[in-house]
Structures are given as C-alpha cells and as structure tokens.
Design a protein around this ligand. Structure first.
Ligand code: COA
Length: 332
C-alpha cells in the first residue's frame, strides 16, 4: 500500500436510534404499498421513528455524549463541532451550536452545520481532517443527526417507505500508529438538484398556505430510477478513486460501509468495486435510510459486532441530494 500517511483518525463512535419501530406492515396502513414490494425493491423491513418530543438536537446530543465518553474525553476537550443534518430543529441558529450548548462544550470551541444530505458525514470527516491538518485543534466532534420523519410526506409512497430517524457521532483526533483517513474523494452536481429536494420553505420560496396544503415543503423525489442509477455510478467511481489514491488493492478492504438507501444499490456498488457481500456492512433492513447518520451508525455497530478492529481497512461510500457523493478509505 502506498499513499500519504494519515492525518486524522476516528477515535470513537456512538449512535442513537429512537425506540419506536415502524414496520412495512404499518406503512401498508398509510399508503398503497405492501411489505413484499418494499422488501423486494428496497431491502427495508422496518425503520425507527422519533416521537414529537425527540428532535435532531436531542438525538445528536445523545450520540455526541456517547462518542466522547467512549473516547474518554470531556465536552470541554472539543475544539470544533461539525454537524451534518437535513432536518435541523430550526433554520437559524445551527444545530451544531445547540448541541454545543446541550453537551456543555466550552466557548473556545466553534460549531457549525453543513448541508450535504446523505453524504454529510463523509464531507464532515474531511472538514475535520483539514482542520487538524492546519494545526487548529486536537479534538473534533462530527455529529450526523436526522429526523427524516419530520420532512416526509406520509402520503407519498415513493418516499415515505425509504427513510428513518437516528443519529451517529464520531470523535476525530490526530492519527497515530498509521490509523486514520487514507484517502477520500468527494464531488457534487448541482445540475441534478431537482431530483431530490424540498422545493419550498427557504428564502426563495417562503411557506405559503397553498404550498403547505400541497406539501411542497416536504421531501420530493422526482425519479427514483434516476437517483438509483446515479447512486450506483457515482459511489462506484468514488470508491475506485479512493482505492487508487490509497494504493489499496480490493482484497485489502476488510469492510465496505456503503450508504444504506436500497439493497440493490448496495449490491451493485459492491459488485462494481469487486467487493464480496460478506465484506459489506448492511443494516438497511432495520433502519432504512437515515441520511447522513447512516454511516456513523454502521461504523458503530460494525465495531460492536467485531467487524471493525484496530487496523481494519474500511471503505465508506455515500450518496445523496445535491446531488452529492463521496468515498473514504480509513484504517480503523
Ligand atoms: N409501493 C408499491 N408500489 C410502488 C411504490 C410503493 N411504495 N413506490 C412506487 N411504486 C410503483 C410505481 O408507481 C411504479 O408503478 P407503475 O409501474 O405502475 O408506474 C412501480 O412501482 C415501479 O416504480 P419505479 O420507481 O420504477 O420502481 P423502482 O424499482 O425504481 O423502485 C425505488 C423505486 C424508489 C425503491 C428505487 O428507484 C430507489 O430506491 N431509488 C433510489 C432512491 C433513493 O435512494 N433516494 C435517496 C437517495 S439518498
């Protein structure tokens, strides 16, 4: 393996999933769909749904505190908090500032949100890596928290079957013993924004009674098929670019952690990358697509299950609205 020595490592992860389970059978009672259609077309069996009184900040706070505890750190040790979310509690101020206050991180820390939809966790890890590379801090908290149920049109069977709620967090610190980010590749294509968006509710088109009635402030997916094709193509390409940059042969990958949107997307992406499915982490059947929280939740579960141990090489790939996509190879 060649490539540059890593700068930043993930020293701990944690997750929070709400208790309430929504099964495909529950969805059959809401829209014209069936358990068999959802399982065959997506691989999803159930997802978690947060109750009204648990928000993205609440879930992010719990994941953040969990990750700090596992790393043996205090909130006062954190130099920067980067939050990725498509479902902030409010538009201003950022979810990150609220999480900073909740966890009691000190005022010498800076906190901000990024908007990169499902790719947000990988983008945020790269921002953390850059901040460490610039010598501006030692401990960065990346939090991905998503209350997707709050932006879903529960009458739209094309989207309401796909998503779930949850949060994941990672502590990012300077590398040691060759552990950390080996290579990354991130891209976006704003020309494809109309494929997946919330058309109304921003400054360009503020909410009106009519748009509320028409649910135009909810998540709208134009063509599931096109999103599907773009997801496979872009994640496969990003994964290959990362393996090439890190000088990693495919058999050096111990675990692939792809974004969990659809089992057929996962299988096609793994096939393109040449990675057998027994090396691919999948929890989609239990949680659906938790947007940017997907990858940190997978990492945390993979470590707990012993599928990630110190020295393991993990290849992560993600894809989402924007469109955005990316991949990252990391030695655990
Ligand atoms: N239940 C039952 N039937 C459904 C349905 C549902 N929940 N959703 C769509 N259908 C119907 C369609 O209306 C269509 O019917 P028609 O043939 O009579 O017109 C048929 O199923 C096929 O629809 P299509 O969209 O072509 O199915 P698909 O095989 O592409 O699967 C997705 C649809 C959404 C599951 C799939 O395209 C996908 O996962 N795309 C990626 C979406 C995604 O991941 N978005 C988030 C990115 S981060």
């Amino acid at each position: 393996m060649n490539g540059r020595p890593p700068i930043a490592r993930v020293s701990a992860t944690a997750r929070f999933l709400p208790d309430q389970v929504m099964t495909n059978a529950d969805l059959e009672r809401l829209v014209d769909t069936s358990d068999s259609w959802i399982r065959e077309r997506t691989g999803i069996r159930e997802r978690r749904i947060a109750p009204d009184d648990i928000t993205a900040v609440d879930m992010g706070e719990r994941a953040a505190l969990g990750a700090l505890a596992k790393a043996g750190l205090e909130p006062s040790d954190v130099d920067m908090i980067v939050v990725s979310t498509a479902t902030p509690d409010r538009l201003l101020p950022s979810t990150a500032c609220e999480i900073q206050s909740r966890i009691g991180a000190s005022r010498s820390c800076l906190a901000f949100d990024i908007s990169a939809a499902c790719t947000g966790f990988l983008y945020a890890l790269s921002i953390a890596e850059g901040y460490l590379a610039a010598g501006r801090g030692e401990t960065i908290l990346v939090v991905s928290t998503e209350k997707m149920s709050s932006i879903i049109d529960w009458d739209d069977r094309a989207t309401c079957i796909l998503f779930g709620d949850g949060a994941g967090a990672a502590v990012v610190q300077p590398s040691r013993n060759g552990e950390g980010i080996l290579a990354s590749f991130h891209r976006s294509d704003g020309d494809l924004a109309p494929l997946l968006q919330r058309p109304v509710g921003g400054a360009a088109k503020p909410l009106t009674e009519e748009s509320l009635r028409n649910r135009e402030h909810m998540l709208l997916m134009k063509s599931g098929r096109e999103v599907f094709r773009s997801a496979v193509r872009s994640m496969a390409h990003a994964g290959n670019m990362v393996m090439e940059e890190a000088g990693l042969d495919v058999d050096r990958i111990d675990l692939m952690v792809p974004h969990q949107a659809n089992s057929r997307i996962i299988e096609s992406t793994a096939r393109y990358a040449g990675i057998p499915m027994d090396k691919v982490f999948v929890n989609l059947h239990r949680y659906g697509n938790i947007s940017s929280a997907t990858i940190p939740v997978c990492l945390d579960e993979a470590e707990e299950e012993g599928r990630l141990v110190p020295g393991s090489v993990v290849l992560m790939t993600a894809f989402g609205a924007g469109l955005t996509w990316g991949a990252m190879a990391l030695r655990w």
